[in-house]
Design a protein around this ligand. Structure first.
Ligand code: HEC
Ligand code: HEC
Length: 182
């Protein structure tokens, strides 16, 4: 019935899909930092030892973007490049399944540690009396610990220096009191 009136729309959508596909398939642009960019296809992982092996390539990629951002690094901080496999930009592609970088092995330890902290410690903190809402089963008391909790955009977490202007005061002391113990 409305097939003829729908088909221009369908054609437009098909064109749009092709355009999106073409953009998605375009050769990766070199980043301003000069790091080799990963290929824009996300094959299923073959060498997961800590992350669930059922993750799709896209899911692994999303986690990796999160880690890189949390540490303020690029993919090649943890992944080796393969000089025999050049990408479209002429730069070596990264060998994501390769385990020869110490940073990758450390990241595996970090992931296990973070899961341990959340599963065996953060989840044990009793419910906050100020929080009236019912806790769902398995719900964490507060924020789970993530890579970013400690790393905060740094490959090596920065030392926390206690600010001099923020004295610890006894419970109930008005904030306006002069610093104690000075
Ligand atoms: C902080 C270190 C670190 C950074 C940064 C990092 N990765 Fe990873 N990556 C890992 C670790 C560790 C694994 C293996 C996880 C496991 O064993 O469960 C991994 C696994 C992978 C895999 C799966 C490989 C396979 O076949 O098993 C892909 C793909 C991948 N990373 C892509 C990326 C991309 C793309 C980036 C940049 C956006 C990136 N990684 C940044 C540490 C890192
Ligand atoms: C509880 C705090 C904490 C959490 C959570 C944490 N890290 Fe770390 N991470 C550290 C500390 C401390 C070091 C060692 C200090 C250093 O390397 O200067 C470190 C070191 C590393 C290193 C080695 C850096 C290097 O150049 O050798 C990598 C890689 C790393 N962490 C990745 C991760 C990832 C990925 C996560 C999340 C899955 C994570 N970390 C979660 C505290 C943490």
């Amino acid at each position: 019935m409305r097939v003829s009136s729908l088909s221009p729309l369908a054609a437009a959508m098909a064109l749009f899909a092709v355009a999106v596909f073409t953009v998605a398939q375009a050769p990766p642009v070199q980043s301003p930092h000069g790091d080799p960019q990963p290929p824009r296809v996300f094959p299923a992982p073959t060498n997961l030892k800590v992350l669930p092996k059922t993750l799709t390539g896209q899911q692994v990629h999303d986690i990796m973007e999160n880690w890189a951002g949390s540490l303020g690094v690029h993919c090649d901080t943890c992944h080796t490049s393969d000089p025999n496999n050049l990408g479209p930009n002429g730069r070596p592609r990264l060998k994501f399944d390769d385990d020869s970088k110490q940073e990758k092995l450390t990241a595996r330890l970090m992931l296990k540690m973070t899961e341990d902290i959340n599963n065996n410690y953060v989840s044990m903190i009793p419910k906050d009396k100020d929080h009236d809402h019912e806790m769902e089963a398995g719900e964490h008391h507060g924020l789970p610990v993530t890579c970013g909790t400690c790393h905060r955009g740094h490959q090596h977490p920065e030392e926390y220096v206690i600010p001099k202007e923020a004295p610890r005061r006894p419970e109930g002391t008005p904030p306006a009191m002069p610093p104690m113990g000075k």
